[in-house]
Design a protein around this ligand. Structure first.
Ligand SMILES: Cc1ncc(COP(=O)(O)O)c(C=O)c1O
Length: 505
């Protein structure tokens, strides 16, 4: 194939490169940089031929021989290969990659928080316990559910905790309810969670508007009745839409004694505006690392608090923080609790960051977060809807959903657009999710992006669509052009990954 793709920043493209260029670096493994005789530390010459444990000393352990500057530069360059929210707009839909205010970081690093030991006596950790208690109160107020646990380590862990609470409540009622309904647009963690808890999954279809098909749902409730433990619905859902039948869904579920579980991962779109508890939700998880801007990504620690109704409070995990007059204590003697789901008290640093975020925004500021998240997504939708196919009519919530339908006759797909974005310095949007929409491109700009950065991204997307129209698949199948790795054989990479360095013969 000839290299016909448009190079970056030519007069033809006239695009600024707003994303960052970390992905364009090549970096060899330290092993491959090794040169015999290079070293970073002076070690005393070894005396004798046995180590302190009595083992014979090996001639070599095969570590790379590199100098200190080489090592430092290697790791700094590797860090620059990570695309990060600190480097550019991160359009991943459903993942809410937004700016983390540095104030949160500063507060989380205060020695009084950062240097605490989880086994210190309560009398020496009053400030931390008060912080947990205060955060619980804020979250309870925001979701309209009185019982909160902060223990879960992430959204999916929050789902697990919430569903274990539901399971325990059903057992306490001496009932057996084997079925959990899950909407077909759900994040994969919803059915996975329900199955992990031992439930059978029954999928509830979405209608043409991307919302739960209420009639199909009601039919399933009539069919399975008291066999249903719960319905797991994400709201706003993964198509970026608000489930308008939410109160009818709650009433219908409650009429057969089932619980309403809300996946609250997208809470940033409604925070301060709508309280799921007021709509009939019984259990929901928050993804603190999305809504309240604690760092997110790279497998780092998250925090997935769960809110529950008064009835379900007693089943929440231990330990619980209790206020006794002016003092706080950790309580573990809770006979109905599902028990511990995390070592000690969860990811405390995330709690500090989230509370700092909430308090610095205030109640009105949090409402503004939701308003701006929705405004930015609609700005994006408005400017891209003439260029890409939009599967659902009307406004979106915090993320806008496009598809590759119009590009199909040019043989350009969603994956090609994603690879094109990499070429132009962006992390791609979420692709092929939600599964209910063919060729989905889910873009969540978040409220922390300026109009300027939204415009830059929109221009890049329009430019890619223009390339698809004018140059078609020949150009696109080569993207990304200027990264050290081009298109990977993704199936081979998944099935035969090379995870180990081996010394060349
Ligand atoms: C809708 C939805 N639910 C659940 C999750 C799981 O959250 P976590 O990645 O924190 O486990 C996500 C994550 O992106 C999500 O988008």
């Amino acid at each position: 194939m000839t290299m016909t793709a448009t190079p970056l920043n030519t007069a033809e493209t006239k695009l600024a490169l707003p994303g960052h260029q970390g992905l364009k670096l090549e970096e060899k493994l330290l092993f491959d940089q090794s040169r015999e005789g290079s070293y970073g530390v002076d070690l005393p010459t070894l005396k004798g031929t046995t180590s302190r444990t009595g083992q014979p000393v090996r001639e070599t352990v095969g570590l790379p021989e590199v100098s200190e500057p080489q090592v430092v530069r290697h790791f700094v360059r590797l860090s620059q290969m990570n695309y990060s929210i600190d480097g550019g707009l991160f359009p991943l839909g459903s993942c809410t990659m937004k700016h983390n205010p540095r104030l949160n970081e500063k507060l989380a690093r205060l020695p009084g928080f950062a240097a605490l030991h989880p086994m210190q006596p309560d009398s020496t950790t009053q400030g931390a316990l008060e912080l947990v208690h205060t955060l619980e109160n804020w979250l309870a107020e925001l979701c309209g559910l009185p019982g909160i646990t902060l223990a879960p380590a992430a959204g999916a862990h929050g789902e697990l905790t919430g569903m274990l609470v539901i399971k325990k409540a059903i057992e306490a009622r001496n009932e057996t309810r084997p079925i959990v309904l899950v909407s077909d647009s759900a994040h994969g963690t919803n059915p996975a969670t329900a199955r992990t808890c031992g439930f059978d999954i029954v999928s509830v279809p979405s209608g043409d508007d991307g919302l739960v098909d209420y009639d199909a749902f009601a039919e399933l409730v009539d069919k399975h009745g008291k066999d249903i433990a719960a319905f797991m619905v994400t709201n706003p859902n993964t198509c970026g839409r608000f489930e308008k039948d939410v109160t009818r869904i709650a009433d219908k579920l409650h009429s057969v004694g089932a619980y309403f579980y809300c996946d609250g991962a997208n809470f940033n779109a409604i925070v301060g505006k709508v309280r799921p508890g007021d709509l009939g939700v019984d259990v929901m998880q928050f993804n603190l690392h999305k809504t309240f801007s604690t760092p997110h990504g790279g497998g780092g620690p998250g925090c997935g608090p769960v809110g529950v109704t008064e009835e379900l409070k007693k089943f929440l995990p231990i330990p619980k923080v209790q206020k006794d007059g002016d003092t706080f204590k950790l309580v573990t003697d809770c006979p109905h609790s599902i028990g511990r789901i995390k070592a000690f008290h969860g990811h405390f640093g995330m709690m500090v960051r989230a509370l700092a975020y909430m308090m610095s925004h205030g109640a009105d500021g949090l409402q503004r977060v939701a308003e701006d998240a929705v405004l930015n997504a609609n700005y994006m939708l408005h400017h891209l809807k003439g260029t890409f196919n939009v599967p659902f009519k009307g406004y979106c919530m915090h993320e806008c959903l496009l598809t590759d339908k119009h590009l199909k006759d040019k043989h350009v797909s969603t994956l090609d657009i994603a690879k094109g974005l990499i070429e132009y310095g962006y992390h791609p949007m979420t692709v092929y999710f939600p599964l209910v929409v063919s060729g989905a491109m889910l873009i969540e700009p978040t409220e922390t992006e300026s109009k300027q950065s939204l415009d830059e991204f929109i221009n890049t997307m329009k430019h890619l669509a223009h390339l698809a129209e004018t140059k078609g698949e020949d150009t696109f199948k080569q993207f990304p052009l200027s990264t050290p790795r081009r298109r990977l054989d993704e199936v081979k990479a998944a099935r035969q990954p090379i995870l180990k360095w081996e010394k060349p013969e």
